[in-house]
Design a protein around this ligand. Sequence first.
Ligand code: KG4
Ligand code: ZN
Length: 338
Amino acid sequence: MPDKKDIIILAIESSCDDTGAAVIHNGKMRSNIVASQQIHEQYGGVVPELASRAHQQHILPVVDAALKEAQISKNDLTAIAFTQGPGLLGSLMVGASFAKSMALALDIPLIGVNHLDAHVLAHFIDADEVQFPFLCLLVSGGHTQIVKVDSPQHMEILGKTRDDAAGEAFDKTAKMLGLPYPGGPLLDKLAQSGDPHRFKFPDSRVDALDFSFSGLKTAVLYFIRDEKEKNPDFVEQNLNDICASIQHTIVSYLMRKLKKAVTETGINEIAISGGVSANSGLRTAVKLTSQKLGWRVHIPALEYCTDNAAMIAQSAHFQYVNEDFADQSTVPYARLNK
Ligand code: KG4
Ligand code: ZN
């Protein structure tokens, strides 16, 4: 039986194409349910309109499952949290409206969570080994950033992508190779039995700690076109090596920027997060570099890399403690507000 003073938060994530709900009880994760949408595969990318509809269908069963698994009744909840942005506006609105209605009906506080902060704070889910300040390489389908994290409330973006995100670089090059959406995880799998040094692709030279992936995308496009002119079966015959070489280029580029950030800040407490932190090449590279350079490194469990509601719940717990609440007039935002 929960105590009256307990903090029990139901969190909802609906920023893109995964509908998630999680329950956190006094900082401990009690459930984490996610329903992924398969419908987008046939279109080769997320179709916003279809994503919103699928969220509408999934949200109630996902929330019910999260409460059931946590063995928490709605009346025990002390707050409702939702992903406020950034993300697809129609998708965010489904989660926001649902959360607002529940908070209103139960007469409990509402908490709006920044999705990117939540990816970073995923490292605190049932764990407290990460020490402030730390540097987080946040690599997802929509964003690529190096963030200096001084506390859950104070984060500074030291560098970010000027065009595509790292996840998009994986997905778009995978699409050029004929792989189904989202291509990132599949490209990773194929790369594992390929030669990463077989083909050379350029990475982009942008200043400081910023990133750019558009040059790589163009290079892969022309490389495939030129090789196919000579041999129409080139891609099929060399798929593993092409995937491994693309992955190697992206991972080396991310690592070079991360090392630069460590040198510039003197911080060697390092974390990676976001969907691309599930990439086997990146996970290995971060581990090896940490051994070589003496970093303390934090790599999230796979279930907390890609979009999930547990990270929203974790962020919401920090916000609850700080009494950082939203009101019923709060609206979602599609783009980053910082
Ligand atoms: O964090 P996330 O689930 O959603 C966003 O907030 O964007 O990230 C999704 C991205 C997709 O681009 C997906 O292809 C990529 O993460 N991703 C991967 C891997 N797993 C997911 N990219 C490379 N290797 C993987 N194993
Ligand atoms: Zn995400």
